[in-house]
Design a protein around this ligand. Sequence first.
Ligand code: SF4
Length: 676
Amino acid sequence: MINTKRVRIGTCTKDCYGSCVFKGIWDDEALEHKLQSTHPLKEHPFTNGFFCPKYRNRENLLYHPKRVKTPLIRKGEKPENNFEKTTLEKVFEIISEKISDIQVRGESSSILGAFYAGNSGLISQYAPLRFFRKIGATITNGGICNEGGCAGLTELFGTYSTTNPFQLIDPSTRLIVIWGSNLSETNNHAYFLVKQALKRGTKIVVIDSRRTVLAKKADLFLHIFPGTDHFLVKIILNELIANNIYDGKFLKSYVDSYSSLFSEVAKIEKEKLLEQIGIKNQIVQNFINFLIKFKHHTLFNIGYGVQKNFNGGRIVKCIALVQILLGNLGKAGTGLIYSQSDFLKPLLQPLQDYITNIKERPKMNEIPIIELSSALLSKNYRMLFIYNFNPASSLPNQDLLRKLLLTKDLFIIVLDMFLNETTKYADIVIPAKFDLETNDIISPFYIPSLSINIGGPCPYQNCISNYEFFQHLALKIGYNNIFQESQETIFNNCIEMLPKNIQESITTVGYYLLYNMDSIPFENLEFPTSNNRIQAKGPHFNFGENEFMGRISKKINEFILISPSHLYLLHSQLGQVHFKYIDEFSKIFLTPEDIESLELNKGNKVIVSNEYYRGVYILEESNILKSGTALIYSGLSSILEEKTNVNHFTPSKPEELGYSGAYNSTLVKITKFESK
Ligand code: SF4
């Protein structure tokens, strides 16, 4: 019997810290289940031979009975997933006619391409821009995730990527501060490294609004109210400066304008700050003692939740000031781990320029992705393409967005693998290929590295990659010179554009790590600012007196709402393989004490409301939250009748510096549900 199996390298592209690299065992001759198993690489020092529980069973998702396998055209009213099957030929005809009509009227910029990073590599994400540029359309830019923190750090260092995350297991690291990152649920590969450090005796401090799994193992836990991190920083800096425990030599040699920082924190209202943060002075003192004891051996790992706030970039910038003041940068065992994607920019820019064909075309009309609602509100758009993105789940202020997606004469085309909240607004759904079914290049944002996905065959003949879809559409309209290569050729050309050593590594083992485990970026402490020095010009702390920060001004039934991802779910697509957790999305979690203070019980139906929406949830207890905080998981909608999504309660107004989502800058009121 002939063995038809073959091994292909894959990278998980679920827009997650992991970017796990694996070997896929494919049987190309199998009728349907062509991908038979996946094996995370043991030799990849971050993947470490395991996947997370969210996406262990990707084979089940690939061949899931609910996968969209044929093009669909709307049959019933919006917003419902009520479609009839059609053919690719028919949809290309309809879409190309509409585009031609719009072009004839000279309204090409009313065609909007909205995309993000979900389920994608570089080609999947950027190649469609060739099409949008050619037709003179508008596209979205920016992101909804970590951009606030990136912008804050860039003000200081000229880049947001300063540290090699493998410093987590460097023997010089004696103290790791995990600031606002629930590693065991969102970044379990870093969690694995931190556990190794713990075993070796490295001290761990966790600062979070949730008592995370790691918080229970940590040497010290600071359980703070969401959005009060900078108040904590203020107390720490005040103490360090008052007691002369900063690194004066470091400041003089490498930091501009640091003296303004001294005057800014010279006088503080400590009692008030402690009350806003919600912790005791002794806990803060214990943390300061750790910082003093392990000066020059302390590493910070900052999560993205802390900057999902109107002032999120400034919060992250304030946190970084602690490391600057202590001179904890550029040495083994020190640094600030946040997003490492900036390290990749010099490598990726030429690839991106080639993939998008940018040099040959004029600049495009762009709108920030976070402002999709405002853009639609302008009524300037007649056609909307959505790919790698589920905006009717992941963008804030869902009520407004969903109303706008119903705009008359707005023709919506969604490319996706499953029907979801966004397809309810689509006129046409294109059955998209999975990441695993196309060749692509993946640029992780936690470990500075590049890796690849070698696509296996898709058993469904109508499924089509983003590249193939826009290539066919361009040809149909009559543009035969914008997608001349096949996706495979683009992929191969991209690999050839990389330096030889990277090509070799990628083509032999599937990935390339920018740094060795013990490498220290910016060891010379020359940062990419205008004069290579850290820019500490203030003021840094002139914000934060609003109602989302600290407990002071809230009413008894008002709670700060946080919306993290669930241990088993990240994307709405993963709901298909973890359906047993779906009812978790119909719950609002509060501490038992807060439930009691509302004179309610666990299991009660409650009305959750704020200025944006009013929905029904089931009350559930959580012992990990801080009193005054409520939690609803993001990613899926409630299964109760109203099908509310947590982003019905989150504000459209973006974070101020990086224009990302200020998801945690919201309060909700909880009242008992009274049936009529
Ligand atoms: S979703 Fe899971 S499997 Fe995928 S990259 Fe993240 S940790 Fe790895």
